[in-house]
Design a binder for this molecule. Structure first.
Ligand code: TXA
Ligand code: MG
Length: 336
C-alpha cells in the first residue's frame, strides 16, 4: 500500500480516507495517533493489523466537542463532567461505561470505553470533518510512541493510507488515563495532566499499582495496555538511583563503546561516555517531551546498553518514571 504524507491543509483529504474506512496517522499534542472511524468496526480492526497490536488491548475514542460524548457513553458522572470542563481539550483520557454504539473492536470486549478530546487543532478538524476517531499511538506495537512525523513514517510507511504531517508533538508522552467507571476514580496511566491536578479537581484519586510496579503473576491489569512490555527500545535500559556524582562516576566507568547515557543538561560537562540529553534535571515536562525521541535515537545508533537517571515520581515526573521503568523492564540499580 502506498502511504500518502499530507500537509495540515489537506485535512479534508484525510477525512475522506477515514469516511471510506481507511487509516490515517494524525498529530495530537501528546503523540501521533493512528486513526479510524470509531463507529466502523471493520476499519478499527485494520488498526490492530497495521500496528501488530493484540486484539485484547482497547482503543481511545477521540472527540472534537463535549457534545459528541453523549452517543458514546451510558453514563457521564459529575466528576467526569468536572474533569472535562477543567482539562479538555487536552491530554486526559477518561474511561466511562460504554454505549451500544461502540463496536467490540474498540473496547476489546470490555463494558467501558476510553474517551479523549485532544487539544491539537488538526486532530479536532479531522474529527469534525469525519467522525469520532479510534486511535492508539501510531507506532508498531512494542516500539516507543511516535512524537515526530519521521517516527510515524519509520513505523507505518506502506501499512496505512495516509499520514498528516503536523510537526513535533508538544507533550511527548501519551495522555493521562483515569477510570471513572470506578469510585473513587483510579489513575491508570500518568501523563501531561498530573495526579496532583486530578486530586485538586475532584478529590480522592487512587494511583493504580500497575503505574509504578510490575503486575504480579496472575494479576489482572485494570488497563490492558499495562500488561505489555511497552515503550521498549532494542537497547537494554537500566535506571540508576543515587547522587549526581555517583551517577556520573558509574557511567563514565562503563564506557565500553556500546553504552550510552540519557542525561540531564547539567551532567554534560562531567561525562566522558556518549550521551543523549533528556533536558534539564528539574524540568520533567521537557524530559517527557524528549524521552521517546532519545530512546529511538539510542536504537538507531546501535547502543546495547542505555543508562538513565531514575526520575522522582512527582508532577509530570510520574509519567516519565512510568515510561522509563517499562522501557527498563523494571530494572533499577541502586548506586552507593
Ligand atoms: O495520548 C494518547 O492517549 C494517544 C493519542 C494518540 O491520543 N493514544 C494512546 O493510545 O496512547 P494507546 O492505545 O497507545 O493507549 C491507550 C491505553 C492503553 O493502555 C489501553 O489499554 C488503555 O488506554 N485503555 C483503552 N481503553 C480502555 C478501557 N476501556 N479500560 C481500560 N483501559 C483502557
Ligand atoms: Mg501505545
Amino acid at each position: 500500500m502506498k502511504t500518502e504524507v499530507l500537509r495540515k491543509e489537506e485535512v479534508g483529504r484525510a477525512a475522506a480516507v477515514i469516511k471510506n474506512g481507511g487509516l490515517v496517522a494524525m498529530p495530537t499534542e501528546t503523540v501521533y495517533g493512528l486513526a479510524a472511524d470509531a463507529l466502523n468496526g471493520q476499519a478499527v480492526a485494520r488498526i490492530f493489523q497495521a500496528k501488530g497490536r493484540p486484539m485484547d488491548n482497547p482503543l481511545i475514542v477521540h472527540i472534537a466537542e463535549l457534545s459528541q460524548i453523549e452517543a458514546l457513553v451510558r453514563a457521564f458522572p459529575p466528576k467526569a463532567r468536572l474533569l472535562a470542563e477543567r482539562f479538555w481539550p487536552g491530554p486526559l483520557t477518561m474511561i466511562l461505561p460504554k454505549s451500544d454504539n461502540i463496536p467490540d473492536e474498540v473496547s476489546a470486549g470490555l463494558d467501558t470505553v476510553a474517551i479523549r478530546c485532544p487539544a491539537d487543532a488538526t486532530a479536532r478538524e479531522l474529527i469534525r470533518l469525519s467522525a469520532p476517531l479510534a486511535a492508539p499511538s501510531a507506532n508498531l506495537s512494542g516500539s516507543p510512541s511516535p512524537t515526530t512525523v519521521q517516527h510515524v513514517i519509520q513505523d507505518m510507511d506502506g501499512r496505512i493510507d495516509a499520514i498528516i504531517d503536523g510537526g513535533d508533538c508538544c507533550v511527548g508522552v501519551e495522555s493521562t488515563v483515569i477510570t471513572l467507571a470506578a469510585d473513587p476514580p483510579r489513575l491508570l496511566r500518568p501523563g501531561g495532566i498530573t495526579l496532583e491536578q486530578l486530586r485538586e479537581a475532584i478529590g480522592e484519586v487512587i494511583l493504580d499499582e500497575a503505574v509504578l510496579h510490575p503486575l504480579k503473576n496472575g494479576q489482572q491489569a485494570a488497563s490492558p495496555g499495562m500488561k505489555y512490555k511497552h515503550y521498549a527500545p532494542k537497547a537494554n535500559v537500566i535506571l540508576l538511583e543515587g547522587s549526581e556524582k555517583a551517577f556520573r562516576d558509574f557511567v563514565n566507568a562503563h564506557d565500553d563503546g556500546q553504552t550510552a547515557v540519557l542525561c540531564y543538561e547539567e551532567d554534560i560537562p562531567y561525562l566522558t561516555v556518549p550521551y543523549l540529553v533528556l533536558g534539564k534535571a528539574e524540568d520533567y515536562a521537557e524530559q517527557a517531551n524528549h524521552l521517546f525521541a532519545v530512546l529511538r535515537q539510542a536504537d538507531e545508533k546501535g547502543y546495547q546498553t542505555v543508562y538513565t537517571h531514575c526520575p522522582r515520581t512527582e508532577g509530570v515526573g510520574l509519567a516519565v518514571y512510568n515510561r522509563m521503568i517499562r522501557a527498563a523492564g523494571f530494572e533499577v540499580m541502586k548506586l552507593v
